[in-house]
Design a binder for this molecule. Structure first.
Ligand SMILES: CC(=O)SCCNC(=O)CCNC(=O)[C@H](O)C(C)(C)COP(=O)(O)OP(=O)(O)OC[C@H]1O[C@@H](n2cnc3c(N)ncnc32)[C@H](O)[C@@H]1OP(=O)(O)O
Ligand SMILES: CC(C)C(=O)C(=O)O
Length: 526
């Protein structure tokens, strides 16, 4: 079955109209107001994304809202530009009509509450008055455009018989789209299925109009309800980027569109959305409003295609479809990201190092580095690329005569610092203790106690590899012996361990230099 629509012409039954209300209901999120320039940028992005209708604002609400709708209508080409109006508001329809006048294709969306609760307490109107305003509002809107939408505010809590009468009145008065909002996010998917099936079956003229769903997320059901409405015959969905909107928000555009695309087997509907623009549009909105989406947000959240656990990472490396139901590229991500953390395994670790340019590592070296990585990941929330560089470079150097094993420090303001250190020297564990003018001095004295040498400390500097109090410390130690200078580096989330690693690294380099000039110095005299 096809429908002849004033803006879209003949619409196939499997085509779903995407009505984006980011600039109207989305802007009703507390703190999410956008200025004119921002609304225009967003509207351009929505047009590029391929939405069918942009609800640009509520013109009677303020001069600014009128201007935004007018400007969007003047500049945006492609989508229908829609303005909201109260069916019974004094100047609402005229203001909406004037605001959309420059549009290539313009729509007036008028609404009035139909639930007993809203009619009695909010509107303070009898149902018959509401019916009259529905007729008057839609007729008035038709004076400005043939594309008229009517919404039964709080429709999901409306008496079914009265809802049928309201919808019939709206269609008779010229509405071409009938929207049944779940204004307060109260409905379940079963309610949605019943409401739309009932209206389509009972209302005269229902076959000439597009039915539309507009769901709020108060119970986290907005997307599920929207999909249930589609299955029951709705062919327009009202939604917002990132699911922003009044209170808990509206149904998220990106989630619905990707559900349809991914589950064509059970949801055989088409949209005009260029899905590869979804991430870009989501990020633009976050930048404009200053509100990032939560990391676990479906489709556009930072973690939506990030895999942390070793078993999943191994699967993704072998075949991404094992853990990805859609490709990251299909929504604008460049690729899935394997996040290295305490749940990661060797496969992901090796892959990451390869991607960072370390090439193939021999198994022993990889295992050493992996053990230290696991140790670090246990102590640190996020292991960044910089951490890995520090860690692997450190590991590479540790193929040397002296290796760090363990360090215990006693320090504080009431007693001298004391270090108990164990190093491996030429394959043999050696322990030593020392006091010092502070924990670093004590630790360095302990190195000297285990491995006596004449080199003097020329420089000791510490910096953080990344941000945060759990960041790794990166230490540089410079030693001097007979005019020879060497720098050693160490990295660890413990500053003192990092310092000893740096010292040991410098000492190893010194031994190499010494060995080049006096081969006998290779033997350890400690
Ligand atoms: C479910 C939705 O998201 S609907 C859209 C909600 N968005 C907004 O409200 C944002 C823009 N709103 C505004 O700027 C203002 O509320 C305005 C300009 C629309 C109205 O402002 P005011 O005249 O000061 O009225 P106020 O906001 O205090 O109250 C709303 C009035 O509209 C009436 N009203 C609400 N819906 C309708 C309707 N569909 N038809 C006729 N009157 C209506 C209310 O009964 C109330 O009337 P009252 O003042 O006689 O009691
Ligand atoms: C105006 C209507 C569509 C609305 O935003 C709602 O009922 O939530």
């Amino acid at each position: 079955m096809t429908i002849d629509h004033p803006s879209f012409g003949r619409i196939d039954d499997d085509r779903v109209i995407i009505f984006d209300t980011t600039l109207r209901d989305g802007e009703q999120s507390p703190g999410f107001s956008m200025n004119l320039a921002e609304k225009l940028r967003m509207a351009e992005a929505l047009a590029e994304l391929g939405v069918d209708v942009i609800e640009a604002g509520f013109p009677v609400a303020s001069k600014g809202d009128f201007e935004s709708v007018h400007q969007v209508a003047s500049t945006i080409r492609g989508p229908v530009v829609c303005a909201l109006a109260r069916s019974g508001g004094k100047n609402d329809i005229a203001s909406a009509g004037e605001a959309i006048r420059p549009a290539e294709r313009g729509r007036i969306h008028n609404f009035i509450s139909t639930s007993p609760l809203h009619m009695k307490y909010k509107l303070r109107m009898e149902p018959e008055t509401v019916l009259e305003l529905i007729t008057a509002g839609n007729k008035a809107a038709r004076q400005f455009t043939d594309d008229v939408e009517w919404s039964a505010e709080d429709g999901s809590r409306t008496d079914p018989d009265f809802l049928c009468r309201c919808v019939e009145a709206a269609i008779k008065a010229g509405a071409t789209t009938i929207n049944i909002p779940d204004t307060v996010g109260y409905a379940t998917p079963e309610d949605m299925a019943r409401i739309f099936a009932d209206l389509k079956a009972r209302v005269p003229g229902a076959d000439r109009v597009i039915f539309s769903a507009h769901n709020h997320n108060d119970l986290g059901l907005a997307v599920a309800n929207t999909i249930a409405a589609l299955a029951a015959g709705a062919r327009q969905i009202e939604c917002t980027i990132n699911g922003i909107g009044e209170r808990a928000g509206n149904a998220a555009l990106e989630e619905i569109v990707m559900a349809l695309r991914t589950r064509q087997d059970v949801l055989p509907y088409k949209t005009g959305i260029q899905t590869q623009n979804l991430l870009r549009t989501s990020r633009m909105l976050a930048t404009i409003t200053g509100f990032d989406v939560q990391p676990n947000k479906a489709i556009v959240g930072r973690n939506a295609f990030a895999h942390e656990s070793g078993i999943h990472q191994d699967g993704v490396l072998k075949n991404a479809a094992t853990y990805e139901i859609m490709t990251p590229e299909s929504v604008g991500w460049t690729r899935s990201s394997l996040v290295l953390g305490k749940h990661s395994g060797r496969a992901a670790f090796r892959d990451k190092l390869k991607a960072m340019g370390y090439g193939e590592m021999d198994e022993a070296h990889l295992n050493d580095a992996f053990a230290r990585f696991k140790d670090l990941a246990d102590r640190k929330k996020v292991v960044y690329d910089e951490d890995l560089v520090a860690l692997v470079d450190d590991e590479a150097r540790d193929h040397a005569r002296i290796r760090f094993i363990s360090l215990d420090i006693e320090a504080g303001s009431r007693r001298p610092a004391r270090a108990e250190l164990t190093l491996e020297v030429d394959g043999e564990a050696r322990s030593g203790e020392a006091n010092g003018q502070g924990p670093v001095d004590a630790a360095f004295n302990a190195v000297r106690a285990i491995f006596p040498h004449e080199a003097t400390l020329q420089l000791y500097s510490v910096g953080a590899v990344t941000e945060g109090s759990d960041a790794q410390a990166r230490t540089t130690v410079r030693l001097e012996e007979d005019g020879k200078l060497v720098d050693g580096q160490g990295a660890d989330s413990d500053t003192l361990v990092s310092a000893v690693r740096a010292y040991v690294h410098a000492l190893n380099k010194l031994l190499v230099k010494r060995a080049r000039t006096e081969p006998e110095a290779l033997s350890v005299t400690a």
